[in-house]
Design a protein around this ligand. Structure first.
Ligand SMILES: [Zn+2]
Length: 321
């Protein structure tokens, strides 16, 4: 053999990764053909690569860490659940002993459920922690309202529940839409889905309030006010999200939409107030109408300037090409 085994074993990693010169390659190949020991060393090397080992070790460390934290958080969750069980048990016994059956105990129970949904659920749930916590929190708050309403013999549950649902949707919808697994379904329609959720829960809330306060007086006026306002929110969303124009055009378009819809709002409100039996309220529609339509016109001017600037810039770009 021309070269000794130590030299070849130094070269083998370079040979294996194919980062040596043709001359070195030739030397190593000639040696491997003659030397059984080095051939075996090379075979071992190709079999289990160092990279694979490192990757495997890394996965093992991450997995064992994750398991450790899961066990820890499940343990903490169990302890907190035990602590929560103490007042539940006390109230159960006291309520049974002092009253005729269970009454206010259910308020304590559902109240603690609300706290548990925020503290214990995220500790115990293995996947989709955020989504499950938000869902269990919303559910337990609605349950608490229901129980209190039954206990106090109220008829306000739908108003309270729908308002709570609307408020929590305002808060949670953006987080839910951007999180797995919901974001995979929504893809590029997250904004649209959030707006739909807002509109649906808002309509639900207004319907419940209307039924509670008396539909005849509520709905005409509420529709006159809420319709243009919801329209404004949708117009601004649609302009910002879908209009493929520069910022000035978008700003101008938003101004125009808000101006026009505010005009509609003031006019419709004035009409509704005039048609209802509300007395002593004078709603001056005309000055508002003029102001809002002026804002709309200013918006059109801004949008026009934006469009001109956009065209000028676009023309320059084309020239440069
Ligand atoms: Zn050798």
């Amino acid at each position: 053999m021309k070269y000794n085994c130590d030299l070849i074993s130094d070269l083998l990693p370079l040979y294996k990764d194919d980062i040596c010169s043709e001359a070195t390659k030739k030397i190593v190949e000639e040696h491997l053909a003659e030397c059984k020991d080095c051939k075996k060393m090379f075979a071992d090397m190709s079999d289990v690569t160092i990279d694979e080992n490192i990757a495997k070790e890394k996965d093992e460390v991450i997995n064992s860490q994750a398991k450790f934290f899961k066990r820890k958080s499940a343990f903490a969750g169990s302890i907190i659940a035990l602590i929560f069980a103490i007042p539940i048990l006390v109230c159960l016994i006291v309520n049974l002993a002092t009253g005729k059956g269970l009454t206010w105990f259910f308020i304590v129970l559902t109240g603690i459920l609300v706290a548990a949904s925020l503290i214990i659920v995220p500790l115990m749930v293995p996947e989709n922690k955020m989504l499950t916590t938000m869902a269990s929190f919303t559910g337990s708050v609605l349950l608490l309202l229901g129980v209190i309403c039954i206990y106090t013999r109220g008829n306000w549950f739908l108003v309270a529940a729908s308002s709570t649902l609307f408020g929590l949707t305002m808060l949670f919808a953006p987080f839910i839409a951007c999180r797995r697994p919901v974001n995979a379904y929504l893809k590029n329609s997250k904004g649209l889905a959030i707006m739909v959720a807002y509109t649906v829960t808002f309509a639900l809330m207004m319907t419940c309030i209307g039924i509670y306060t008396g539909p005849a007086a509520f709905f005409p006026l509420a529709t006159a006010i809420a319709g243009p306002l919801v329209g404004m929110a949708w117009a601004i969303f649609a302009i910002c999200r879908y209009l493929k124009m520069n910022a000035a055009v978008k700003t101008g378009a938003c101004f125009t939409a808000v101006g026009i819809l505010s005009g509609v709002l003031s006019h419709a409100t004035a009409m509704s107030v005039a048609n209802t039996s509300i007395t002593g309220v004078t709603f001056y529609s005309d000055p508002w109408l003029v102001l809002m339509l002026s804002i709309g016109s200013v918006g059109l001017i801004i949008a026009g300037i934006g469009a001109l600037v956009g065209m000028f810039k676009g023309g320059k770009k084309n020239e440069n090409k």
